[in-house]
Design a protein around this ligand. Structure first.
Ligand code: OXD
Ligand code: MN
Length: 646
């Protein structure tokens, strides 16, 4: 609540969330109902600052909407939007749960589209490293600002005719926190508004703390209309052929056209919090990372850990882990993104810029993530999951969690049964659910100063060669570890089987600027503090010769976190190896766990590591070339030499 400190005839002056603000008294509001001649059908124009209004006017001229809706974030607004979406056929209610909804997208619009995602800068080399001749770069896509302007005009001119333009003021991070940032998203999708309300803080709370000096990230989104004017799927309009997601760091601008799928349309998430966020972080000296944040308490002592894993590698599961060891408690701060900076005492502090979880549904169950299952069955928008005849949801992994005689309708709206050849839920189907509903949400998850981070984890799916855990020897080695992250990914259609993809820092699809410069930025963190977090690489996914996982994972991962806590307490429980520090014999708590083949889990195979380091070196040379910081090249050479002596 704002604390009113003074008032005169026209204004009240207040302190809110530690900030000073000035509000025009209601009785003095001039009555505005139009902006650029377009009716404002909801919300108060006066809450927009001059700069926001200028931005909105500019985009009204471009997109030519029929009406304007300024989002206030109220429950009433939300239920009106949900009603509208229901009438349009975009969502259906799920009566088995409380205020839950199912959206089915156009089947051509189900995922992020990396090939259509660009960063726009004058100089190409500011955006992407120059790959070796004849090599296709895989560390982002570049477009010139002139080209961007042309593409935007071609797509957005008149794109909101017969539609409402929603204006969403939103905060990434707790409203008013010095670590938070504000955005204004314009969109023609009510689904996007309802989802942004879950994933970010929107509306009055945000406009209340804005004044004419407030900077904001400009986010323009339209689901688009195909060139021939034919909307194939009226309940989910989109334009997959011309989808384009553009970012202009110089002006803090995001423009997204043609897709309603969350990763492309909820612009606070990947576009702002990671791509534009990483460029702001570089300028301002902090880190915007694809990391979960969890708190772990052991015998009353609490520490916070941030962890970067590529998409769909179990970040949400780890962030909400139920530890199997007695005496441990895990609490969740965030499951996908961390904004981190060193405070004046040199302590790294992190906030979760998001307000909700946009999690992959398949695989989520009471066995894999009981906490998520306790979070998601109220106030949630599901997208592209299957539906049960008793008004609930279903996906692969929920086999034991539905009533025996229910009928299932798949994500495409077709009848489905267990013998069907296709999955019931789309593999990238999602739940979009408020973070505060999580029963183990951390008490400090909205703390304006962020939580203190003691350790950073990197991880991926590595069926062979990579041990359960190893610790970086020093900060440079840690940065090298992040840079050389690889993970098993389902192959693109033209490949058979699985391939191991490079995914440095789990950020490959999300870098907002040249990866070589990003590495230098990470290396520079060493100068900011004498209290650097310890860094570890974990791999829950190593398999034995029988093809079975060597480690049970899930709640048992607390045993690995326990070893990390010992290392944070400087316990002498690690042995040095060429690749880093691994647990000394018997230092990993295996009490009550049978049949773990520790020698296989931690085996370091010289041939594997030689191939691994060669692949990493080749990747760096081909993809990063002259932009690779010398310190990383040296780390690579050092490791290569050490492996020779393995
Ligand atoms: C996500 C992703 O949606 O990483 O979080 O793709
Ligand atoms: Mn993610």
């Amino acid at each position: 609540m704002p604390e009113i400190i003074q008032e005169d005839n026209d204004y009240t002056y207040a302190i809110e969330a530690g900030r000073y603000s000035k509000h025009l008294k209601l009785s003095n509001y001039p009555v505005f109902h139009h902006l650029r001649g377009i009716s404002v059908i909801h919300g108060d124009l006066n809450v927009l600052t001059e700069k926001v209004r200028a931005y909105v006017e500019d985009k009204i001229d471009l997109c030519q909407p029929d009406t304007i809706h300024i989002c206030d974030g109220t429950d009433r607004e939300n239920s009106n939007l949900l009603n509208l979406l229901q009438k349009q056929g975009t969502i259906v209610p799920l009566p088995k749960y409380q205020n839950c909804w199912l959206a089915r997208t156009n089947p051509a619009d189900t995922a992020r589209v990396e090939s259509k995602t660009f960063i726009c800068t004058e100089k190409k080399s500011d955006t992407i490293p120059t790959p070796e001749e004849g090599v296709k770069g895989s560390l982002g896509n570049w477009m010139s600002p002139e080209h961007m302007d042309k593409e935007v005009i071609a797509r957005f001119t008149g794109c909101m005719k017969k539609r409402t333009m929603y204006v969403i003021p939103f905060s990434m991070g707790p409203v008013g926190s010095p670590l938070s940032k504000i955005g204004i998203q314009l969109t023609d999708s009510a689904y996007v508004v309802a989802s942004m309300r879950i994933m970010t803080r929107i509306g009055q709370a945000v406009t209340n703390i804005m004044d004419d000096t407030t900077e904001f990230v400009k986010c323009l989104h339209s689901v688009g209309t195909p060139l021939n004017g034919v909307v194939e799927n009226p309940s989910w309009p989109c334009d997959p052929e011309r989808t384009l997601i553009l970012h202009k760091p110089q002006t803090n601008e995001i423009v997204s056209y043609g897709s309603g799928y969350g990763g492309n349309s909820l612009l606070g998430k990947k576009c702002f919090a990671l791509r534009i966020g990483s460029t702001i972080a570089k300028r301002e000296g902090w880190l915007a990372e694809h990391m979960l944040i969890l708190g772990i308490t052991k015998n009353g002592k609490k520490r916070y850990i941030a962890a970067a894993f590529p998409s769909a590698c179990g970040k949400t599961n780890l962030a909400m882990m139920t530890p199997t060891l007695p005496g441990y408690k895990v609490e969740c701060v965030g499951d996908d993104i961390a904004w981190m900076r060193f405070d004046e005492n040199g302590q790294l502090r992190a906030i979760n810029p998001e307000n909700g979880f946009f999690g992959v549904a398949p695989g989520t169950s009471n066995a894999s993530n009981p906490i998520a299952m306790k979070t998601i069955f109220k106030n949630t928008i599901f997208t592209n999951v299957a539906q049960t005849s008793d008004g609930g949801v279903y996906w692969e992994g929920m086999e034991n969690e539905i009533n025996d005689n229910v009928e299932i309708t798949d994500w495409l709206g077709k009848p489905w049964n267990k013998n069907s050849k296709t999955p019931a839920a789309h593999p990238n189907s999602r739940f979009c659910t408020p973070a505060k509903q999580c029963p183990i949400i951390d008490p400090l998850w909205e703390s304006p100063e962020g939580v203190p981070i003691s350790a950073i984890l990197f991880g991926g799916r590595r069926p062979v060669g990579v041990p359960l855990i190893h610790e970086a020897k020093n900060w440079r080695h840690a940065v090298f570890m992040g840079a050389s992250l690889r993970s098993e990914a389902t192959a693109a259609a033209e490949h058979k089987g699985k391939i191991i993809m490079h995914d440095p820092f789990a950020m490959r699809p999300f870098f907002g600027y040249n990866f070589g410069h990003y590495l230098q930025h990470w290396l520079n963190m060493e100068k900011r503090t004498t209290n650097l977090p310890k860094v570890f690489l974990v791999n829950w996914f190593r398999k034995g010769s029988d093809g079975k996982f060597l480690w049970p994972g899930f709640g048992e991962n607390c045993r690995v976190l326990d070893w990390i806590l010992k290392r944070l307490d400087n316990e002498d429980c690690a042995d040095n190896t060429p690749i880093g520090l691994i647990p000394k014999k018997d230092s990993l708590n295996l009490e009550g766990l049978n049949g773990i083949d520790m020698s296989e889990l931690f085996k370091l195979d010289a041939e594997f590591w030689e191939q691994e380091i060669n692949a990493i070196q080749k990747y760096f040379e081909e993809q990063v070339g002259k932009d690779l910081p010398p310190a990383i090249r040296e780390e690579c050479d050092k490791l290569k030499n050490e492996i020779k002596n393995m």
